[in-house]
Write a protein that binds this ligand. Structure first.
Ligand SMILES: NC(=O)c1ccc[n+]([C@@H]2O[C@H](COP(=O)([O-])OP(=O)(O)OC[C@H]3O[C@@H](n4cnc5c(N)ncnc54)[C@H](O)[C@@H]3O)[C@@H](O)[C@H]2O)c1
Ligand SMILES: [Zn+2]
Length: 357
């Protein structure tokens, strides 16, 4: 039986677009995304060979090397060169086909090339589907740090074709599941219940209907948050649940720990801190750990990463306000809040408590 795509409309300050979640979306790109002019496809060296053929004819294809280390201004400059050489003008639509790196790079290009052209996202990693492709942010890394340059660029459509997830390496799928768990903790107890009771690592990637429902439900959480706070002035900060810890863990590991893995450990640390400050029961930490473990994610900070080094790394995160660390803490599943009132002693104690032995 063929499943109909799920359509999630997103409104933003200058308009609206639809996020479609389903299968067979890529082969109908121009109709589904209402693209009338030429398509400038931007993809990476892993995804292009696997999925670009499904898009049919495009005016030009730019393939960037896969990997976070290529999310740079240098890559953007090479893309401008190739678009100009191919005669891509302002009638064109830039289409991103790939994970979050391709989405961020292509979004920045679409925001700036010829002062801006239309942009469509075709995310192919779970993380890009449930997180990076919705919300209109783009980011590039500088030698000084990640995502230090960027622009807000809203897409005109997002096509999350879940059939592409079958080629995603399992560890990348698991990394995306960390964000799904995060979204469930922010505002969807029903989704958290599903993650607690089912091993999505085994079932979701193999069943299209499970995948479509999982991805659509997780996107809905992010959609609702960014709709309420498009320019990141308030509620959107809750999307950082687990990220103050997670980013610091990634940094201390020299980026050997994947973003999603850092977020998984960060979610456990955030629950531990919440319990320590008596905002929730310690049992919540255990439930979160089990849900993450079921996705094949690590939940404990490796012992070789010192609590002090992680604490120091937290201060280089650009999301702190006026030199002060902010944490998103949990009262319960679906009930999170932001606070700047946490002592160094409490953070260090909880980092030590969630280290692996
Ligand atoms: N703009 C935002 O709001 C936002 C939000 C979250 C994350 N991000 C950014 O997203 C990036 C992380 O995204 P990511 O985890 O998708 O990383 P990624 O783009 O590096 O993709 C991970 C790996 O999977 C490969 N891949 C992707 N889809 C595939 C598929 N279907 N089959 C086979 N291989 C596939 C990629 O080539 C890459 O090797 C980071 O740079 C992060 O800063 C942006
Ligand atoms: Zn994240």
């Amino acid at each position: 039986m063929k499943l109909e795509p799920t359509c999630l409309p997103v409104t933003h300050p200058t308009g609206q677009y639809d996020v479609l979640v389903g299968t067979d979306l890529l082969s109908n790109l121009p109709e589904l995304a209402d693209i009338r002019g030429p398509i400038a496809l931007i993809t990476d060296s892993h995804v292009g060979p696997l999925h670009a053929h499904r898009l049919g004819e495009v005016a030009c294809t730019v393939t960037i090397p896969a990997g976070e280390q290529h999310k740079t201004l240098t890559t953007v400059a090479t893309i401008y060169d190739q678009l100009l050489a191919a005669g891509i003008d302002r009638q064109a639509t830039v289409v991103a086909l790939g994970g979050g790196v391709v989405g961020d790079v292509a979004g920045f290009v679409a925001a700036t090339y010829l002062r801006g052209v239309d942009f469509v996202q075709c995310p192919t990693s779970l993380l890009a589907m449930v997180d990076a492709s919705v919300g209109g942010k783009t980011g590039l890394d500088l030698p000084q740090g990640k995502n230090l340059v960027g622009a807000f660029k809203q897409p005109t459509a997002v096509l999350a074709d879940v059939s592409t997830l079958h080629t995603l390496p399992p560890e990348e799928f698991a990394a995306g599941m960390a964000e799904v768990v995060k979204h469930s903790l922010i505002s969807n107890p029903e989704l958290f219940g599903r993650l607690e009771t089912r091993d999505w690592k085994l079932t979701a990637q193999s069943s299209i209907s499970n995948l479509q429902s999982l991805v659509a439900t997780a996107i809905e959480v992010k959609r609702d948050v960014v709709q309420e706070d498009p320019f990141e002035q308030g509620r959107r900060a809750t999307l950082n649940l687990g990220h103050t810890f997670g980013h610091a863990i990634e940094q201390v590991s020299g980026y050997r720990v994947r973003h999603g893995e850092g977020v998984a450990m960060g979610l456990v640390a955030a629950a531990s801190l919440s319990a320590r400050l008596a905002h929730c029961d310690l049992a919540l930490q255990g439930r979160i750990e089990s849900a993450l473990q079921a996705q094949g994610l690590p939940t404990r900070i490796p012992a070789e990463f010192e609590a002090n080094a992680i604490y120091q790394a937290m201060f280089s995160d650009k999301k702190k306000a006026a030199g002060k660390l902010r944490f998103i803490l949990l009262r319960d599943v679906g009930n999170v809040f932001m606070t700047g009132e946490v002592s160094e002693q409490d953070v260090l104690a909880c980092l030590t408590a969630v280290q692996s032995t």
